[in-house]
Design a protein around this ligand. Structure first.
Ligand SMILES: N[C@@H](CCC(=O)N[C@@H](CS)C(=O)NCC(=O)O)C(=O)O
Length: 205
């Protein structure tokens, strides 16, 4: 078996979190290399795309969180077997990646500029993506996004909706998901109570 080392920020969220949960669900040991934002400044010079997460395994280093999540998700039984359901799963993961991209653009702004950018995000892309994700949840049967069971798409969605519901983004109301796409709040609760997710967070205590 390979040795896995996953490098990402020392936060229980973001792009690496679904991968960490999937590793744990697969019962595969991995080095959870959590770096500080200060260390990232130097470290990024040695990464392929100047970003994290990075998964190192034996002699290879791989980037792109969705690709890594799919790879680990397959080992964990958290990726659809059926091609169409896999496409559905990928669509959700791609959409969530796009939403992150729009959100991250507001990071680093301050004061009125931040307020304006976040309000525009709420009225614009955030609403567009929450509504679109809601549609995709309905397409999946209402409980999960694909194959009517937990997949890495659900993990990635849960990490983002949890963070929105916790109100971690200034000027983004904590009830935005509830107001825009209440089914996604039920989905978040379903995923956070999944035994595999519960077991992962118990292991973090
Ligand atoms: N498409 C890449 C995006 C990676 C990415 O942008 N990661 C962020 C952290 S979540 C980063 O390293 N940002 C550094 C920067 O933009 O300066 C992926 O999905 O892994």
């Amino acid at each position: 078996m390979s040795n896995y080392k996953l490098t990402y920020f020392d936060i229980d969220g973001g792009r690496a979190e679904p991968i960490r949960i999937a590793f744990h669900a697969a019962g595969i040991d991995f080095e959870d290399n959590r770096i500080s934002f200060a260390d990232f400044g130097e470290m990024r010079r040695h990464t392929r795309f100047s970003s994290v997460p990075v998964l190192e395994m034996d002699d290879a280093a791989v980037t792109q969180s969705n690709a890594i999540a799919r790879y680990v998700g397959k080992m964990a039984g958290l990726y659809p077997e059926d091609d169409l359901q896999a496409l559905y799963c990928d669509e959700v993961m791609g959409a969530l990646e796009d939403l992150l991209h729009h959100t991250v653009r507001t990071f680093g702004l301050q004061g009125d500029e931040l307020k304006r950018a976040r309000e525009a995000l709420v009225d614009g892309w955030l609403t567009v993506y929450l509504r679109g994700l809601d549609e995709l949840l309905v397409r999946g049967g209402g409980e999960y996004f694909a194959e009517q069971r937990l997949t890495v798409a659900d993990l990635k969605a849960f990490v983002q909706t949890r963070s929105l519901c916790e109100g971690v983004l200034d000027h983004v109301p904590a009830d935005i998901v509830e107001r825009t796409a209440p089914r996604l709040v039920e989905h978040k609760e379903r995923i956070e109570n999944d035994p595999r997710v519960v077991a992962y967070y118990s292991s973090r205590k």
